[in-house]
Design a protein around this ligand. Structure first.
Ligand code: FAD
Length: 460
């Protein structure tokens, strides 16, 4: 189930040469995973030291994971401020927030410098209420932002939202004027192009089948063994296949769909240049227009993988077309009957802190990792590349000391408890979201299980 974004980006490439590994290899840095995390890390390492020999090992093609499948909401990390403050202090949390703004500028800059068609325009993103009960979810967050002199969030009432989106179904919301929308497929394939131009070697269709926690570490693939001074793991949800990383995150799938192009229709209903919209459910739903006049939307709370078997979750569709149409109609009733062009789903890797984790593998300090984006990885993966590069270079600096470099935890149990517990919490969340829409209160049992849901980057 390739995303429409990735198909778009591949179709626009004049030549796509896939080079699998062919024999053993010795490099300075081997990066496993060709998504935003791996590609940005490679680019940052080459920027710092062009003489480094860097190779990326990707089991499919670059962009086949979350990076080619997401909704393209590039969000600054201000909403994670309270989570970051918990991990460190206010000044460090604010520093990360500012660094995330710079990360958005970096995406714009690399798009310019390497002619990547990321399609960033002036559209921002909105957090909205799609029912009365969701209204005001953001009040505390808005007060916090004001107290820190962050003035990029602005409240919009029903009429202002109707002006911005053409939809009269939204009760109120907050616009994030520092965020942007982009084309995720072009971004990931463009980062691949940028990395190649800097001399990074990319081996696609090359799966890591074994990680040697030796000195130096090794990455075994069916085509050969890569020996590297340092290994970077940018495996996203597939990090669950690494025993040391398994207990610090859980994975749940998010489903996505895209309509066929209909620019005239979007013009007519006032959605052509609308911001991206996310509702205030716990299992968030989101939708956005694309540069070529389609609408993409997502619904979280999809399949839960058993153990690290993520691939089983993509074999068939979890949600029906009608469920997707309901999501669309919730945002914009006139889009209910739009033609669906493509559907796919992808993993979201959640940590108990709601923040990504970077660090060194406790069993081998020459292997570093970054994962656990908890639903927002477009911007944090660029920020994380500074951390990964500093870890690879054994530096003791602002990046290796930052709160995102945190010890691994045992927050999530092993199977079968993880899957069973996950299903119970998932059911409780879906029930709460449904009851909110029906104006009802959930009972004490549901409230009990809701305590186990990992936090998120939403304003509530
Ligand atoms: C439907 C959906 C919507 C989303 N929307 C947004 C959004 O709007 N904004 C936002 O900020 N974030 C969003 N996200 C999250 C975002 O996509 C991710 O946080 C981000 O892509 C993570 O990048 P990554 O490079 O770590 O992971 P990936 O892009 O998944 O890269 C990991 C790579 O590792 C490879 N791999 C796995 N195992 C192996 C192995 N054994 N050997 C070699 N390679 C291997 C995979 O094939 C994959 O290409 C969304 C995610 C989904 C699924």
């Amino acid at each position: 189930m390739q995303s429409v974004w990735l198909s778009d980006a591949l179709a626009a490439e004049t030549e796509t040469k896939i080079t699998p590994l062919d024999g053993d290899l010795k490099v300075d840095v081997a990066i496993v995973g060709g998504g935003y995390t791996g590609l940005w890390a490679a680019i940052e390492l080459k920027n710092r030291d062009p003489s480094l020999d860097v190779a990326i090992i990707e089991r499919d093609i670059c962009g086949a994971g979350g990076s080619g499948a997401n909704a393209g909401f590039a969000l600054p990390m201000w909403l994670q401020l309270p989570l970051l403050e918990k991990m460190s202090d206010t000044s460090e949390a604010l520093r990360i927030g500012h660094a995330s703004l710079q990360a958005i500028e970096d995406i714009k800059a690399i798009s310019r410098d390497h002619e990547i068609d990321t399609q960033i325009n002036s559209a921002n993103t909105l957090w909205v209420a799609t029912c009365e009960k969701q209204s005001g979810h953001w009040d505390k967050m808005m007060a916090l932002m004001e107290s820190h002199q962050i003035h990029t969030y602005r409240f919009l009432d029903h009429d202002q939202l109707a002006d911005a989106t053409g939809s009269h179904s939204l009760y109120g919301g907050v616009i994030d004027t520092a965020s942007v929308l982009l084309h995720p497929g072009h971004l990931v394939r463009g980062l691949r192009k940028a990395a190649l131009s800097k001399g990074v070697r990319i081996f696609e269709k090359t799966e890591m089948t074994k990680l040697g926690r030796t000195s130096p570490p090794t990455v075994t693939t069916p085509q050969g063994v890569v020996t590297a001074k340092k290994v970077v793991l940018g495996l996203y949800g597939w990090s669950l296949s690494i025993p040391e990383l398994r207990h610090s995150a859980m994975v749940m799938f998010t489903d996505a769909a895209m309509t066929a192009p209909m620019p005239e229709k979007l013009e007519e209903i006032g959605f052509r240049d609308a911001p991206g919209i996310t509702d205030s459910k716990t299992f968030i739903e989101a939708c956005r227009p694309t540069a070529d006049g389609r609408v993409m939307w997502t619904k979280s709370g999809g399949r839960l993988p058993y153990g690290d078997n993520l691939d089983a979750c993509t074999k068939s569709h979890y949600r029906t077309d009608d469920e997707f149409r309901d999501v669309m109609a919730g945002f914009h009733p006139s889009l209910r009957d739009a033609e669906i062009q493509g559907r796919w789903s992808g993993p979201i890797d959640r940590t108990m802190s709601g923040l990504p984790i970077f660090g060194r593998l406790p069993t081998c300090r020459d292997i570093v990792f970054g994962y656990g984006y908890s639903g927002s990885g477009v911007v944090p993966s660029r920020l994380g590349s500074h951390i990964l590069a500093s870890l690879v270079q054994d530096l003791d600096d602002e990046w290796t000391r930052c709160p995102l470099v945190s010890p691994l935890s045992r927050s999530f149990p092993g199977e079968p408890f993880r899957w069973v517990g996950g299903q119970i919490v998932k059911t409780a969340i879906a029930r709460k979201d449904r009851f909110d829409h029906e104006g009802r209160e959930v009972g004490p049992i549901t409230n009990f299980w809701l305590k186990f849901k990992p936090p998120s980057y939403k304003p509530s």
